[in-house]
Design a binder for this molecule. Structure first.
Ligand code: ADP
Ligand code: TYD
Length: 214
């Protein structure tokens, strides 16, 4: 089973992905949590390149680098974990590419990008995608809280860019309303987690291995 988390930077998706994994593990489920871009040696190196604020990367090479990182992650970690029966949780997946490169950078039209993304991930489709929806102003405030790391290359994008990304996420969730669950990211962390946990119960999770024992 593949569950993905989406939202703009600072929406709170990593917090929710972590809480969900902890809860699943506490129930005895075998999980794999990965973040994008990242999760393999190659993908982590590409992450460093992609987020380097001192590098100029044009939209098409940016699309190809994010996609290369994702292709390697799927081959090396996601597919094998799914074959082992693990619940795989991805902090971002190809909807990020639809929103950021498609709508944000306007690198390609949506139909082309959708087909391309499917090839990159060997036609995998998440069983559920949680969109943590916050307005760009709230997200920017969370990103600049004391102790937050300095802005990376993506975070130096304009306000217009983040508005396009936010709108694109909402449109994606409306288009694929069976796969997406859109959550109000302005609510408290625990309240959002409770809604996600309720939803996960209805997905037909595999029986945890230790519960199979006589
Ligand atoms: P993302 O992975 O989407 O960038 P994070 O989960 O790292 O977001 O959260 C960004 C910041 O916002 C962190 O400081 C986190 O503690 C805080 N945060 C996360 N969720 C909420 C929430 N629902 N309400 C208030 N603050 C939150
Ligand atoms: P990260 O620090 O992981 O962001 P966050 O804390 O929001 O999860 O940085 C990943 C950045 O890369 C983020 O700005 C979104 C962007 N991104 C894309 O533009 N396209 C993609 O396909 C992916 C996976 C990420």
């Amino acid at each position: 089973m593949l569950l993905t988390f989406e939202g703009i930077d600072g929406s709170g998706k990593s917090t929710q992905a972590r809480l969900l994994v902890e809860r699943l593990q506490a129930e005895g489920h075998r999980t794999l949590l990965v973040r994008e871009p990242g999760g393999t040696d190659l993908s982590e190196r590409l992450r460093t390149v992609l987020l380097d604020p001192d590098l100029r990367i044009d939209p098409m090479p940016e699309l190809l680098l994010f996609s290369a990182a994702r292709a390697q992650l799927v081959i090396e970690r996601v597919q094998p974990a799914l074959e082992e029966g693990r619940i795989v949780i991805c902090d971002r997946f190809y909807d990020s590419t639809m929103a950021y490169q498609g709508a944000g950078r306007q690198v390609a039209d949506a139909a082309w990008l959708r087909a391309f993304n499917q090839r990159v991930v060997q036609e995998l489709v998440p069983d559920r995608t949680y969109l943590i929806d916050v307005d760009p102003v709230t997200a920017a405030a969370r990103r600049s809280e004391t102790g937050a790391p300095p802005a990376d290359r993506m975070e130096t994008s304009s306000d217009d860019f983040y508005t396009r990304v936010t709108d694109a996420y909402r449109a994606l969730a409306a288009e694929e309303s069976e796969r997406f669950v859109r959550l109000d990211g302005a609510r408290a962390v625990e309240a959002i987690h409770t809604r996600i946990w309720d939803d996960v119960q209805h997905l037909g999770l595999p029986t945890p291995p230790d519960r199979n024992l006589p």
